[in-house]
Design a protein around this ligand. Sequence first.
Ligand code: GDP
Ligand code: MG
Length: 491
Amino acid sequence: MWRGLSVLASRTTRAPSRLCVCLRSGAQSLAPGSTVFALSSGQGRCGIAVIRTSGPASGLALRSLTAPREPPPARSAALRLLRHPRSGEPLDRALVLWFPGPQSFTGEDCVEFHVHGGPAVVSGVLEALGSVPGLRAAEAGEFTKRAFAHGKLSLTEVEGLADLIHAETEAQRRQALRQLEGELGQLGQHWAETLTKALAHVEAYIDFGEDDNLEEGVLEQADKEVRALEVSLQAHLRDARRGQRLRSGAHVVVAGPPNAGKSSLVNMLSRKPVSIVSPEPGTTRDVLETPVDLAGFPVLLSDTAGLREGVGPVEQEGVHRARQRLEQADIILALLDASDLGSSSSCDFLDTVVVPLAAQRPDDGQRLLLVLNKSDLLPPEGRVPSPGLPPHLLLSCLTGAGLDDLLKALRTQLAAVCGDPSIGPPLLTRARHQHHLQACLDALSQYQPASDLALAAEALRVARRHLSHLTGGGGTEEILDLIFRDFCVGK
Ligand SMILES: Nc1nc2c(ncn2[C@@H]2O[C@H](COP(=O)(O)OP(=O)(O)O)[C@@H](O)[C@H]2O)c(=O)[nH]1
Ligand SMILES: [Mg+2]
């Protein structure tokens, strides 16, 4: 399939008009490929539902459902009575839009029917479309697949579209939109062009090295550009985890001694009763996870068992799981009872978890936010409970005091671990991107023009091939299937 799609894509680039079927010519039977239709808006009762078609018989479908009226001009909405082509029964009065290819989402002839969103209207129109010769129901992701095949979207843009459809937080939406707008693909193309130029220089040197006409310093220039590219790729790979965290959620783990108010904090941040809150120490034993939108960032928030020694086997297992989860955390929300800092469990937690983490440089990995809860229990005059503590925030889960400051601090930490999608170069958002960039770098490590020019040229070719996989130039069917699996029918 991949090869077929690529061939089609390259043909389209050369002769886009061949895929454009004139509505009035009745040429639909001449054009290759099938025509598909699907409900593209969400399922269920709603005000308006959008049903679309893509393929050469789209014009026929439009005519069949709106006869005897003429189809509207291209890309203009018009109100039409839709009728079943066989029985002539009225189905709905709907807005219809005609997008002749290649100026459409898929690059093919497309029609959109904006119908009333009742289930009977939708199923009636879908059934009517199914009765038009040459039309069949679309498979999951088929519209986007066709857009990719016709060169309307690159692979990174397809991924951006999938992420945009699934984006649940503001930061995810920003990152996905940037990728859909082609920023990551353009960066990949820019890198590939650098390699093409360097390759041209090396090849020129191989062919005309002895020739006086060749500009001086050609090899040195290529060398400089390749080394600069290596630095840039390394920087992006170092940043790769951030884009992926933003896509799938940062791990924030709430930890602390028993009864510090960990479950209360998790419930407050997630605004739902995820965990049982009780004055009895050792209530939470399993790790409880909940996805939350924290200050616009996607977070997987975990509540854990209070860390303490000398307890029964079930709680011991809970403590073991809590420690495991701590190791996987991107951000640790370390919680202590501000009115109980002198207890042995508080001191143990400070010594074994907080102090070692606070000593780390923040860019070394895990980030720590130390929070002293139950500030409402402190005497009003003695607001700083222990001057020797690492930097901390005061909070009361009971009264909500200090919550705004905590959210602000969390936002800063989340922006650091996920990357701020509004600024800076586009981030790598998937393991696939990381894989291709790493493969490109590995190939470049074989680039040693001083020792062997032919091998150096080959290294550049291999590196360029890996980069082209980033945006979908040459690849495997499995990658495509994996990406399009994220789409549902109608997308
Ligand atoms: N006074 C006061 N009590 C709190 C606060 N946060 C939690 N608690 C209480 O402390 C007890 C333990 O809370 P819980 O969230 O179960 O703590 P965990 O064991 O760390 O999960 C419960 O009785 C809570 O109502 C707070 O900010 N102030
Ligand atoms: Mg608890």
